[in-house]
Design a protein around this ligand. Structure first.
Ligand code: ATP
Length: 238
């Protein structure tokens, strides 16, 4: 994915200056990467992800996913990427298997194929034995893994997660990490936004730090953290 000089100004109402959420962000994420976007509240992470997933209109700049300009071709964005939002947003009165199959159906996957994929994804998320339970009875961690499984139903080449572990305990986070590692190892590029440096360090090969709408540092995880340490950079995340 390649983002070039992305800008977003939100309208703040009549006679008020707009809110500059992104002030010229450029970013390159190679295919197969596990990439972390780290930043404090209000840094612009959700805005960036909203634009990449075509939920938010950009003010200027360009976003290409594997060569396709998704700001001109929104259907392509839907085909190429899967999104895991921060909040649990499936109907908890449905069963996991139905949630996945119906989601895939919405994106045009034939039902028989969707059932095959759903089994694969539920197994990978360690939820196969819960396929026919009412999803409101699942634990918090299981619900979050179900959201990851759902996003994978369209076989995206790029999976984007918007602070998927915000406010969840370490045990639940570890379960999600395992699923994400497996997905990445099978070839899907992952971009994860997070407040947790420790999580980014655990999972990701490359990192960008965003603050007040600007990328303040980016590069390979270990080298970047070592450099920031030497420079005495203070990461004021939470
Ligand atoms: P958080 O970690 O709290 O989710 P974030 O890094 O995702 O923060 P954004 O939600 O992208 O940051 O917000 C960036 C800036 O844009 C903030 O100043 C925020 O108040 C502002 N903003 C976000 N959405 C809107 C909106 N719909 N209308 C006006 N301003 C907005």
């Amino acid at each position: 994915m390649s983002i070039h000089d992305l800008r977003k100004t939100y309208d703040a109402g009549p006679r008020k200056p707009g809110i500059e959420a992104l002030k010229g962000v450029s970013l390159d994420v190679a295919e197969g990467d596990f990439f972390a976007l780290l930043g404090p509240n209000g840094a612009g992470k959700s805005t960036l992800i909203g634009i990449v997933s075509s939920l938010v209109n950009l003010s200027s700049g360009s976003v290409r996913i594997f060569g396709t300009d998704i700001t001109r071709d929104r259907d392509a964005a839907m085909r190429l990427m899967g999104l895991v939002p921060q909040e649990i947003n499936f109907n908890t009165f449905e069963q996991p298997l139905d949630i996945l199959v119906n989601y895939a159906g919405f994106y045009g996957v034939p039902r028989e194929e969707a059932i095959v994929r759903a089994e694969e994804e539920l197994r990978r998320a360690q939820l196969w034995d819960k396929a026919r339970m009412m999803s409101r009875t699942l634990s918090g961690g299981m619900k979050r893994r179900l959201m990851i499984a759902r996003a994978m139903m369209t076989r995206p080449r790029l999976l984007i997660l918007d602070e998927p572990t915000a406010g969840v305990d370490i045990e639940i986070r570890r379960g999600m990490w395992q699923t994400l590692r497996e997905i990445n190892a099978a070839g899907t590029t992952i971009i994860l936004t997070t407040h947790y440096l420790e999580e980014a360090e655990h999972l990701c090969r490359n990192l960008a730090i965003i603050d007040r709408g600007t990328i303040v540092a980016s590069g390979p995880m270990k080298a970047l953290l070592a450099r920031l340490d030497v420079e005495g950079f203070v990461l004021d995340i939470d």
